[in-house]
Design a protein around this ligand. Sequence first.
Ligand code: ADP
Ligand code: MG
Length: 420
Amino acid sequence: MRVLVVGSGGREHALVEAIRRSPRASRLYAAPGNGGTRAHAEPVAIAPGDAEGLAAFAERHAIDITVVGPEAPLSLGIADRFRSRQLGVIGPTAELARIEGSKAFTKRLCSDLGLPTAAYTACATAEEAYGVLETSAFPTVVKADGLAAGKGVVVAETPGQARQAVADFMERRTLGDAGSSVVIEECLKGEEASFHVFADGTDFQPMVASQDHKRRFEGDTGPNTGGMGAYSDDGILSSEIRRGVIEGLIRPTLDAVGAYTGILYAGLMLTREGPKLLEYNVRFGDPETQVILPRLETDLLEIFAAMVDHRLSEVELAWKPLASASIVLVADTYPGKVETGRKISGLEAAARMDGVTVYHAGTRWEDGHVYTNGGRVLNVTAVGDGLADALEKAYAAADAIAFEGKACRRDIGQKGLRRQ
Ligand SMILES: Nc1ncnc2c1ncn2[C@@H]1O[C@H](COP(=O)(O)OP(=O)(O)O)[C@@H](O)[C@H]1O
Ligand SMILES: [Mg+2]
């Protein structure tokens, strides 16, 4: 099978790495890929946003399956365009991608179906939003309705902060049209978890749970980032809670939206009253993918092929009884402005270590060397017998890699260890 992966981050490198392990994979392409994907996937210089260009490429190169990493192309209808040309694609239609692309749409769906989520009000004007804040309890959460690349949510401790968020999103339009309407919702307390499923339009199959670390600094402090690390083990969700999420959230959602083909990812808050939905995403999480796929025993390409043919229920999914952890190495000034082009050393030594895979996120390959090419640089990942073992291996490998200004959080997975 000929496969195209769309995107350029650590998630896409993990997808490429998992797909090339399949005996069914013949040619593999990444558009545009990064300094790590090039070892197994030919780089294609077409931007993820150029749906027409990608579809034409897929047709010309007889691509059997295209896997779309990021959300923006899905919201713009890349999957519709591929399907209308009879090209296999992993991702929902633009209409169904609204489940990620509009927070208000999903909150309404939750109220209609009675799904567990934070109480909310959708506001189409700034006056409305200021009015809601008059009677809100604090902290409260202000969310831009549209896609905002992780910058559209403010957990406001005070009315002043909340009003500032409304002014920024709705009046100053700091996020463009994404902030032209907002959702104001109740602040939930608890630990967060990520829950992904494969869906083929009729059936779905759950993946193992994982937990991300969004804040830049230890102890979940500092600004939000694209993710500083993740882990996956079977302690994140008890089997009872897992069943509750599947039957009480995922199944009713997929039943309601109709033929959804792709990845559905629920961001959960594990509250004292049970798990509640923070948001849905219509693609794999980053960096969650980097800890989920190393635990997948089943051939990923076989799963994707079954999804495209709507026969996912025929595939028996198996997971390794291991834990996994991924440490994100960033440039020290991230998520602020970063210097790029720093030469990276130690990659081969790290990759040779037991259980370790180094996924590239923001890197560039040039003349036999790998250079930094973004704020989040590498996802140093390891599997182990239990979380402590996985973390120890991942940190040992992370410490074997060097580049000027390298930084990471040292407390990835601590919540998981404490749970044990
Ligand atoms: N209702 C809420 N209560 C408490 N924290 C929240 C709530 N909604 C969102 N958050 C926090 O904000 C983060 C981002 O919100 P989310 O809805 O996942 O939006 P996005 O991923 O699109 O930025 C969450 O991971 C969580 O930490
Ligand atoms: Mg989120």
